[in-house]
Design a protein around this ligand. Structure first.
Ligand SMILES: [Zn+2]
Length: 65
């Protein structure tokens, strides 16, 4: 008899245990929210444009030109 293994990993965004299994489509994050937040932070770091920062009305930070 084997209990189903439930692996968890620390969520990179909030450090809480995140289910590391196929049913967690957001792995290694704990939720869509954390995944989106992390990607958003990464994207804004990488693609931050001085022009956008100056305008101040960037509803969509992932605007691709
Ligand atoms: Zn999280």
């Amino acid at each position: 008899m084997k209990a189903p293994e439930v692996r968890t990993v620390p969520c990179p965004a909030c450090q809480r245990p995140a289910l590391y299994a196929e049913r967690n489509r957001w792995r290694p994050f704990c939720s869509e929210r954390c995944r989106t937040a992390d990607l958003g932070a990464w994207a804004s770091e990488k693609f931050r444009l001085p022009a956008d920062a100056a305008r101040g009305d960037d509803e969509s930070p992932r605007d691709a030109h």
